[in-house]
Design a protein around this ligand. Sequence first.
Ligand code: PLP
Length: 383
Amino acid sequence: MKPIYLDNNATTMVADEAREAMLPYLSAEYGNPSSMHHFGGKVHRKIESAREEVAKLINAEPEEIIFTSCGTESDNTAIMSALETTGKRHIITTRVEHPAVLNFCMAQGRKGCKTAFLPVDKSGRLDLDNLEKAINDETAVVSVMYANNESGVIFPIEKIAEIVKSRGVLFHTVAVQGAGKIEIDVKRLPVDMMSLSGHKIHAPKGVGALYIRKGTRFSPYIIGGHQERGRRSGTENVASIVAMGTACGLARNNIAEEIVKMKRMRDRLENGLIERCPDAIINGDKENRLPNTTNISFEYIEGEAILLRLNEHNICASSGSACTSGSLEPSHVLRAMGVPFTAIHGSVRFSLSRYTTDEEIDFVLKTMPPIIRELRDLSPFGR
Ligand code: PLP
């Protein structure tokens, strides 16, 4: 049975068009894109058209895009490159970043780097004065995510980038959750580097990209042959790169309608649950949020218990990010936002996609309130 999949910030279904596009590169078109012969050359040209599609999604130039293996690699590469090229040892980031940034910064800390982890307020917003004050002469890079994977909160990247660039510091943003869900235009945003991930936008897992603005000094993280013009060595994951190009094209062509459609369904789900379930609170800034994400705390019950009960009805959601589920550690994002303990534990994230249907939303609205009532009755803190 097809799941009611509302966990698209964890990963997405591969679009049919993306899967079709990659198939020839898993069979007949197996040439190495670096080969001199025409058989490899055809594959090389296909990678270049995928690069154009990825570039167009964020209004970049194709030569500003390198393909990587995932968002995590793009994040690590960007920060490491900034440390290497500036020779400086101070990083600024936020407390609500993905572990791909947080844990990388911690690891650099063990090698003598210092990181400022900026706090957020209860709506998940950053204090920009705080950010400006944190910048010093040793700052190599500021890395602030475009949109948060757990709360969906969108940071004011244009303003942040302006502050950072006015101080002559490199700026990296993780647009893994933003790309394809909101319009991003790097010609209007003074960002130096931006991370993207294929599997969040209906391409397969194991492919990502890093935008590096023309003129930005760059030091490769993976060193070897000359692939990606020496900026990321290793024989290319051709089929997945082709699929990512197709997925970016699909996202770009339909983005305006998809934003409206996802937002309408997300709001219907959110309002319906808030109306039908007492002691439910929305986490995060409602004004500046991804159109596909809602994070709701059902106080006095465990998010994991809710997920298990939803799972019995074939509904897939998440409590916190997929990377941390499996542990009962409360979400670092909600903790940073100061969400009360009783609410953090009962938080559930629903994230929609272009494939979500109204019937699925209706089913969740019918199924979930009795589950919440039942779990509350069982809870020692229940009401
Ligand atoms: N950054 C953010 C904000 C994410 O949501 C994720 C994945 O959940 C990543 C980075 C890591 O991307 P990948 O899974 O492609 O390594």
